[in-house]
Structures are given as structure tokens and as C-alpha cells.
Design a protein around this ligand. Sequence first.
Ligand code: CA
Ligand code: CA
Length: 106
Amino acid sequence: MTHTTPRSILALATACMLTAIAASSYAQAPRTPQVTDDAQATSPRAAPTPSSPQPFEDLDTNGDGAISKDEAAVDPPLAQAFGMLDTDADGRLTPEEYAVYAQGQS
Ligand SMILES: [Ca+2]
Ligand SMILES: [Ca+2]
């Protein structure tokens, strides 16, 4: 009669499971605050999202009277809408074409 099923093994197994569960939830815990800390720390400074459209003159950095795609790149929403705003598809935004965007922003 060497058949031994001590309860200590069951207890040990249960303890291992609990430890594993505790370890997994503990491993997840420190990540969440870090992410929110990063988001709070960086978003106010590193996100230069202009609430109002920039003046045409500011975007036309080379002063040729039109906003090229490169010049529009400083304003990501404008760069995204560039193709839609460039109604004559010449690759440049005239003041009239830009006005449509500026009005839509304000
Ligand atoms: Ca220009
Ligand atoms: Ca155009």
C-alpha cells in the first residue's frame, strides 16, 4: 500500500494555479498606467493640431501664390484633403481652392 494521494499535492497544484493567475494579472497591471502616462505626457506637447486653419500666406512658403503638395505637408489634414481641394488637379492649391478648406475648418 504505497498508494499516496496526499492532499498536499492538490493544495500545491491549487497554489501553483493561483500563483500563475496572480502573476499574469500582476504582469498586466504595470503596463496600463504607463500607457496612459505616456499619452498624457506627450499629447499636449507633441500633437501640433491647429484648431484653426493657417493663413494661406503661411502655407505658401515659397510665395509663388499657390500651395504645393510639399507646402501642404506641414498641415496633415490639409495634405490629406489636398487631392479633393485641388479641383483643377494641377497639383497646387490656389487661394480660392484653399479657401474651401479654410472655411470647412472653421
Ligand atoms: Ca507655393
Ligand atoms: Ca489647383
